[in-house]
Ligand binder design. Sequence first.
Ligand SMILES: [Mg+2]
Length: 264
Amino acid sequence: MCHTSKVWHNYAIHSFIFAVIRKTPLPVTYCYMPKSYKHLFFDLDHTLWDFDKNSAASLKTLYDEYNLKDRGILDFDALFKAYTYHNDRLWERYRKGFIKRDELRWKRMWLMLLDFKVADTSLAHELSIAYLEILPTQTLLVPHAKEILEHCKGRYDIHLITNGFETTQRLKLQYSGIARYFNMLITSERSNSMKPHPDIFAYALKAANAVAEESIMIGDAIDVDILGAINAGWDTVYYNPFGVKHNRKPTYEITHLEELMRIF
Ligand SMILES: [Mg+2]
């Protein structure tokens, strides 16, 4: 149990004893005594690893290498916006099982190019392969990601639950220098299930030798990380840097990762 939890625990016990002696109602704080967690399960993309910046850097490299300007695509920012749009929508379809991995990978490039009236299937396939080679070697992390991992190291068992692909996610961890912080890497590819499906959370508990009551999920996707973990009976931290409106009930909600210092 961490120092803060111990102090809170002692305070709660004393409040309880005084309330019983005085025959007064229990203080509200007693009801909100935080749990003592043993296992922290982080999401990777957009939560620790800065997916947007790393993705933009990768695509910019390809934009220059493949001379996409000469194909009439004059504005890189517009290209990246188109990529993000199609990637998000295709991931949604992939999560729901409507399309396979390979279709997701090349079609996001194909649709992006089509937005600029470049109908070139072989270029889309080439870009898809090159992008996947470059992306996991990018190293930008979300602000305070490394500090919070360092802060929690040795005090909790730290794991990852990610809907990404096994090889890609391992490379991201190695290149960005955070692989050493994690005990278990649970990917959708390995567990054969994707967040928010309860199977991946059950798989994660088994792999980490953990129980739901001592586990907490930290992630940026309200309907994927947070809803999935809530349905599995876990506590949650919703990392919501853009203040997205929602009607879910995470245990905690933060806008900066450094706020985790107050929880853990
Ligand atoms: Mg994420």
